[in-house]
Design a binder for this molecule. Structure first.
Ligand SMILES: [Zn+2]
Length: 285
């Protein structure tokens, strides 16, 4: 297929020079009380731990007001995170709107928002040992909400080879086992992820999604305050540190740890979970 390059208008430079505006200024977003969350976290006790095996996923439950921590333990490893309202799987993490509100990568203070029509914070990031990384010279950063998850369908399109330990399949099996559902019923609940520890961006010249070796090292962690009762699933991506390839058994992969902590009774004062979004749903009729 050949495409004709469109004619460049005389005012092309002027049009390109128009300054951008932020789509969603966040000054009016409800602010998390990070001081309260961190005070409650300081006295919290560990109540559960789950080890996610390499190239597999595992589920975990966190009650509203509790904290969960995802840790790299044996080697640099990227994790793909799904979150659901524990009582209503239709309410799930909305990667796209989280990206629109907080940017391509998230860190301390960012919130993970739920799908429409719920659109409320599901979790708030309260600690990130990779918070120092910033944006590197390639435009890369960590903990992205721009990738979707590695999946066997895209793998099939690109290589024709079936691979069953992509994050999509890992999350599907883990959710099916947790809820005792057939794989096909579980699969429809799997959604675009938060790529924990993954270092990604878009190339400046072609705008393509890129990954590079994650700066994560064993002991690094990302910690979340659960705003509502959550069911979570984390996949230890077959890409390992995502420095070379994914969707195969080629990369070195390591397990990951998820821990859940419960604050002391009363530590959160009169805090209550955020209500579902207040829009009335009438859509103008
Ligand atoms: Zn993956």
């Amino acid at each position: 297929m050949t495409e004709k390059t469109p004619a460049i208008p005389d005012d092309a430079d002027a049009r390109r020079a128009v300054a951008p505006v932020i789509c969603y200024p966040t000054e009016t977003l409800p602010r998390p009380d990070l001081d309260l969350y961190q005070r409650a976290r300081a006295g919290a006790e560990k109540i559960a731990e789950v080890i996610v095996p390499a190239r597999e996923a595992a589920t975990f439950e966190v009650a509203a007001g509790q904290v969960f921590r995802i840790t790299s333990i044996e080697g640099p490893q990227v994790g793909d995170l799904n979150l659901w309202n524990a009582a209503d799987l239709d309410e799930r993490f909305f990667s796209g709107k989280t990206r629109a509100l907080h940017g391509t990568h998230v860190s301390t203070g960012a919130r993970l928002w739920s799908s429409l029509p719920h659109l409320r914070p599901m979790a708030t990031i309260i600690a990130d040992t990779l918070g120092w990384y910033g944006i590197d010279g390639f435009g890369g950063s960590v903990h992205d909400v721009i990738g979707t998850r590695c999946d066997p369908y895209t793998g099939n399109l690109l290589s024709g080879a079936p691979y069953h330990h992509c994050c999509h399949s890992n999350l599907t099996r883990a959710l099916a086992d947790h809820l005792d559902l057939p794989l096909s019923a579980a699969e429809r609940h799997v959604h675009d992820v938060l790529n924990v520890f993954m270092c990604t961006g878009f190339t400046r010249d072609t705008g393509q999604y890129f990954m590079k070796a994650s700066p994560v090292r064993p002991g690094d962690y990302l910690e979340f305050f659960a705003e509502i009762d959550l069911l979570g699933a984390l996949s230890a991506c077959p890409g390992g540190d995502c420095s070379t390839v994914h969707s195969s058994d080629a990369a070195a992969c390591y397990p990951m740890r998820v821990e859940v902590f419960a604050p002391q009774p009363g530590a959160l004062g009169d805090w209550t979970p955020p209500p579902r979004n207040g829009y009335d749903g009438s859509h103008g009729r």
